[in-house]
Design a protein around this ligand. Structure first.
Ligand SMILES: NC(=O)c1ccc[n+]([C@@H]2O[C@H](COP(=O)([O-])OP(=O)(O)OC[C@H]3O[C@@H](n4cnc5c(N)ncnc54)[C@H](O)[C@@H]3O)[C@@H](O)[C@H]2O)c1
Length: 257
């Protein structure tokens, strides 16, 4: 196999594909020959992703999208079933869909807490559950989106950090459960990556004590790019990560060392 085409002949689903890390992952995997189906609720962003991913089709990779919410069970079932009907196989699932809502815990409503869990944790569970029977056939793998908040806790992110802590535990659990059958399950734990999520959240921090974040940024204030995380996802999801499972790999510029 050409080492630059690690996803040739591979069918991949990437959720959260309309933006940020999910979009960069689609672009990366298509550039390595993957047949990638992006899933998101944002159709404009999905169109942009497909345009970017297919701008250089020299790899033989392909991209298309399916619109839908990861938090809706019937939608997730239908998307996975439709992919199998059309492609006949699934080799990799990348769960990047996520939402972040920062506020003081005393101000956090049950509705907001549940809404964050529904996308970040329940959505990841639903896609894993529906994809696993097909990944068992292909001896494929999953890469989930944890977060440095799931490992260390971040102020004002009770719902988000709890949901990502759940993704951390889900990842490790599935890794053990399916290890003997050859399905690998890993996660990335990004921190401080410039995406619409972090940029928009920066605008919603009024009234919060920003000094609590002092230990969460680098001395040079450098942020990471979505492509930094996409490169690690590509490694984990490819044969290069073939002896890794249950790993939650930080991509945070070294802040949490
Ligand atoms: N950017 C960071 O620094 C950072 C840090 C830690 C973890 N993460 C995680 O990485 C993942 C990607 O984040 P990002 O920074 O690229 O954010 P982003 O906001 O740029 O992308 C998230 C995508 O998820 C989609 N999405 C939201 N709800 C959805 C739903 N119900 N169904 C389908 N799609 C939905 C959004 O439309 C968006 O396209 C997220 O899970 C996020 O929590 C990011």
């Amino acid at each position: 196999m050409n080492p630059a085409l690690r996803f040739a002949e591979k069918t991949v689903i990437v959720t959260g594909a309309a933006s940020g890390i999910g979009q960069a992952t689609v672009v990366r995997l298509v550039s390595e020959g993957g047949n990638v189906i992006g899933v998101d609720t944002n159709e404009g962003g999905l169109n942009e992703t497909v345009t970017k991913a297919t701008a250089n089709a020299a790899s033989g990779g392909k991209a298309r999208y399916m619109l839908g919410s990861v938090a809706d069970e019937a939608t997730v079932k239908k998307i996975v079933a439709d992919v199998i009907a059309a492609e006949g196989r699934l080799d990799v699932l990348v769960n990047m869909a996520g939402i972040l809502r920062s506020q003081a815990t005393t101000e956090t409503s049950l509705d907001l807490f549940q809404a964050v869990l529904n996308v970040n944790l329940i959505g990841t569970f639903l896609f894993c559950r529906e994809a696993l029977p097909h990944l068992l056939k292909s001896r494929g793998n999953i890469v989930n989106a944890a977060s440095t908040s799931s490992l260390f806790g971040h102020p004002y992110m009770a719902a988000y950090a709890a949901s990502k802590g759940g993704v951390f535990a889900l990842t490790r659990t599935l890794a053990w459960e399916y290890m003997k059958q050859g399905v690998r399950v890993n996660a990335v734990a990004p921190g401080g990556i410039v995406t619409p999520m972090t940029v928009e959240q920066g605008g919603r921090m009024d009234g919060l004590d920003l000094s609590l974040f002092a230990h969460l940024s680098r001395p040079d204030r450098a942020f990471g790019q979505p492509e930094h995380v996409a490169a690690v996802i590509a490694m984990l999801a490819s044969a290069d990560g073939g002896h890794m499972t249950g790993e939650v790999v930080k991509v945070d510029g070294g802040v949490h060392n």
